[in-house]
Design a protein around this ligand. Structure first.
Ligand SMILES: Nc1ncnc2c1ncn2[C@@H]1O[C@H](COP(=O)(O)OP(=O)(O)O)[C@@H](O)[C@H]1O
Ligand SMILES: [Mg+2]
Length: 238
């Protein structure tokens, strides 16, 4: 088996003494799409916020390309090629679409060859190019999600972590987001896809981890997870 590009081991995090993540270990190999699944409150966002340097783990290791990055600040993690598209699309609503992308392009990693990257990113999102001078807050929900993903791409990450990109989107737009994930992966991007939507995400992710109450309850390939009695009962209502 190839060496994982990212390996997290024994991650733990408590919010003011209240544990949210107990002992989460996961690995992602270069070129994979891996799903991080689980119900609301399972600890998905806490986990990926630790991976991205937004939260400092209370315990555990995060090794990215051979380096322990646990506890590094978010901008340092980003410089090393990990981009988090946070839950809830944290874009700047008063700024234009273009300004949102320019702000995302100020990191050292993104600044190099920014004009070209911007052009490439906008080629992926023609709707955003059309609306470049419009206030980001005036975009539809689906367009705002695309903008949030585009902001991540501007940093030219090697690993994209998408925290519930389909949340609150109409079914057609959910499909568009998952198609985009597949497309980015085909261009060489490694993806960690955080979702409550098991069935949809396991159509694009080859394998996944299911979190429950801050622990990895199950891990396996898409077909194995979809076949699992616990998953079928708890997540698919079968
Ligand atoms: N900022 C916070 N302060 C206190 N508790 C939090 C905070 N964020 C999340 N939690 C709690 O941590 C647990 C895991 O939350 P979270 O990681 O957001 O789960 P998920 O992303 O899977 O929905 C939940 O019980 C949640 O209420
Ligand atoms: Mg979450």
């Amino acid at each position: 088996m190839a060496l994982p590009a990212l390996h997290a081991d024994g991650l733990r995090y408590a919010y003011r003494g209240v544990p949210a993540v107990y002992d989460v270990s996961l690995g992602i190999e270069e070129g994979e799409i891996v799903a991080l699944l689980g119900a609301n409150g399972a600890g998905k966002s806490t986990t990926v916020n630790m991976l991205a340097g937004v939260l400092r783990p209370d315990a555990g290791r995060i090794v990215w390309k051979g380096e322990d990055i646990a506890g590094l600040a978010a901008h340092r993690v980003m410089e090393r090629g990990i981009a988090l598209v946070p839950e809830g699309r944290l874009i700047f609503p008063q700024m234009t679409v273009l300004e949102n992308l320019q702000v995302a392009g100020t990191s050292r990693r993104a600044a190099d060859g920014f004009a070209r990257t911007l052009d490439e990113v906008l080629a992926v999102f023609p709707r955003l190019r059309e609306r470049a001078d419009q206030a980001a807050g005036s975009l539809s929900g689906g367009e705002q999600q695309m903008l949030a993903i585009a902001r991540g791409l501007v940093g030219r990450p090697a690993l994209m972590v998408l925290d519930e990109p389909s949340l609150g989107l109409a079914p057609m737009l959910v499909r568009a987001v998952f198609d985009l994930v597949r497309d980015l992966n085909a261009r060489g991007m490694t993806v960690l896809l955080v979702e409550q939507n098991l069935r949809q995400s396991l159509k694009v992710a080859a394998r996944g981890y299911v979190l429950e109450k801050g622990r990895v309850a199950l891990a396996g390939t898409g077909p194995a997870l979809l076949d699992d009695p616990y998953v079928r009962q708890a997540f698919l209502g079968l």
